[in-house]
Design a protein around this ligand. Structure first.
Ligand code: IPE
Ligand code: IPE
Ligand code: MG
Length: 254
């Protein structure tokens, strides 16, 4: 990859195709997930070396609970193992971890390991690694809206002024784009510059609906367990040929 290329600050990945990768090899789907988990660790290291500051991966969606119990269990066990074993690596590589999604639906021991890992890595100043577990973009927005509404209620109640007009004023602040942004699981993170989806599917599947408003999208046929540093470089190369306009005009057209 050319050293001239601009490195996106935040890359998000929909890691798809573990099942198909396994099926093509005559293996159970769970082997695809296990291989996929190894690839995540490698790509995190590669992304860090390339200078990417934020990496966010989709590990388990709010819709993935509809899969057979055995597959859900094996995915949860992989996440469990990851939370327990990655502390040393995160310390060594200065990685900070944040889990996004509704974790209250997860087993208590998994919730505890997530909190522990987040707390232990919070002060690390290297790459910020977000893992989406029981994550759905719509669910995240609904949860954020509820939090913003409660914040508005508390502020209105504290002021002692109960008129509708006053509540509307308070809402204006709490329910603004910035106000909602602050209540999302991704509060404080920049929006993804580049969203990658593997294995040929060209859809969002409820990932980061709010945050990808102006992200560049990149789709590759490679299944996630086959994804490599070279694939990531190809995505960044494609990103460098995009013209991000954010609704404005190209410089030369002004
Ligand atoms: C992605 O691989 C991992 C998860 C969704 C947990 P899939 O399991 O969706 O693999 P395919 O799409 O069936 O090949
Ligand atoms: C999206 O992949 C979810 C994750 C990668 C965790 P899916 O395989 O669940 O999405 P669909 O069903 O193809 O839309
Ligand atoms: Mg899939």
């Amino acid at each position: 990859m050319s050293t001239e290329y601009k490195i996106p600050q935040h890359v998000a990945i929909i890691m798809d195709g573990n099942g198909r990768w396994a099926r093509r090899r005559g293996l159970p789907r769970t082997m695809g997930h296990a291989q996929g988990a190894k690839v995540v660790e490698q790509i995190l290291e590669d992304a860090d070396h390339m200078g990417i500051r934020y990496l966010t991966v989709y590990a388990f969606s709010t819709e993935n609970w509809t899969r057979p119990d055995s597959e859900v269990k094996s995915l949860m066990n992989l996440l469990r193992t990851y939370m327990k074993t990655s502390l040393v690596k995160c310390a060594k590589n200065n990685v900070s971890i944040r889990v996004i999604g509704d974790r209250t639906m997860l087993d208590q021991d998994l919730q505890d390991s997530i909190t522990h890992l987040e707390n232990e890595t919070r002060k690390n100043t290297g790459i910020h690694f977000q893992i989406a577990i029981n994550y759905g973009g719509r669910d995240e927005i609904v949860r954020a809206a509820k939090k913003a509404a409660l914040k508005a209620y508390d502020a209105a109640a504290a002021s002692g002024e109960s008129s509708r007009a006053h509540f509307e004023e308070v809402l204006q602040e709490c329910m603004s784009i910035e106000g909602l942004n602050d209540q999302l699981d991704t509060a404080g993170l920049p929006d993804p510059d580049l969203l990658i989806r593997t294995c040929g599917e060209e859809r969002i599947s409820n990932f980061l609906l709010w945050q990808i408003a102006y992200s560049e999208l990149y789709f590759t046929d490679a299944a996630w367990p086959d994804f490599t540093k070279e694939e990531l470089e190809k995505a960044i190369e494609a990103y460098n040929h995009r013209d991000r306009k954010y609704g404005g005009l190209k410089k030369e057209a002004q």
